[in-house]
Design a protein. Structure first.
Length: 238
């Protein structure tokens, strides 16, 4: 007669790895149900027992990045409570990574995008990484005539970042990134970098490989110089 496999006889490291295969999707978690849909049935592991709930919930909440403010669909609006504000404090304490996505609502940010005690940032004693992703920089001249003001969204975004950093008790790293259309030398990205550095946190510019306009022009000038030199050498040899 075969014996039952005793899952909790395994060391925690192995249990963590096994549960990770079942629960971790690699997606940023937001209010949109589609983000949890691939793992929805497997989240029923939370209900097996108290011991299973303890392990499974820790794996799920500590292995995903959670978006601070919702950005899509019917969850983007003035009256929507952010996902973090809906989480019980014991789940908030398991989070290790957050994402602040900037750009949606750049003409009129939702009233719900406010940093306050309801978000529970002070309870997040394990969050060491904050990812900031910029979708659009309205200070670009392209948005003239559509934006509220050239510096309006830049001020809003930097104040938001300052308040979030200030409330996270053990934050160590701020990662900055954006779409290729967002210039590293633009006002919004530069101000976000300044705020992150002023906080004393480690700053990682994940979009550092993107080439700015000045870098493009510099590269073209160097290439032109090399071509002109090579032509001069060829003509001299002839």
């Amino acid at each position: 007669m075969s014996q039952h496999f005793r899952f909790f006889d395994l060391p925690f490291d192995l249990r963590y790895k096994i549960l990770g295969y079942l629960l971790v999707s690699g997606q940023v978690i937001d209010l949109e149900p589609i983000f949890c849909y691939p793992r929805r049935e497997r989240l029923s592991l939370f209900l097996v027992s108290k011991a299973f709930h303890s392990d499974a919930s820790y794996v799920f909440y500590s292995s995903h990045t959670f978006r601070i403010f919702p950005t899509s669909g019917r969850y983007f609006g003035n009256k929507t409570r952010p996902l973090l504000a809906r989480l019980p404090s014991h789940y908030q304490r398991s989070l290790v990574s957050l994402e602040l996505r900037l750009g949606p609502g750049w003409t009129c940010p939702p009233a719900s995008w406010r940093v306050n005690s309801a978000l529970g940032l002070e309870n997040m004693v394990a969050v060491r990484s904050l990812k900031v992703f910029v979708e659009v920089d309205p200070s670009h001249d392209f948005f003239r005539g559509f934006r509220v003001g050239k510096d309006f969204y830049t001020r809003f975004s930097t104040e938001l970042l300052e308040q979030i950093i200030e409330r996270l008790p053990v934050l160590e790293r701020v990662e900055l990134d954006g779409w290729p259309s967002v210039m590293r030398e633009g006002p919004l990205m530069k101000r976000l970098v300044d705020v992150a550095r002023a906080s004393g946190k480690t700053v990682m510019e994940l979009g550092a490989q993107k080439v700015s306009e000045s870098e493009k022009n510099k590269g073209l000038m160097l290439l032109a110089q090399k071509l002109s030199v090579s032509k001069a050498v060829d003509s001299w040899q002839l």
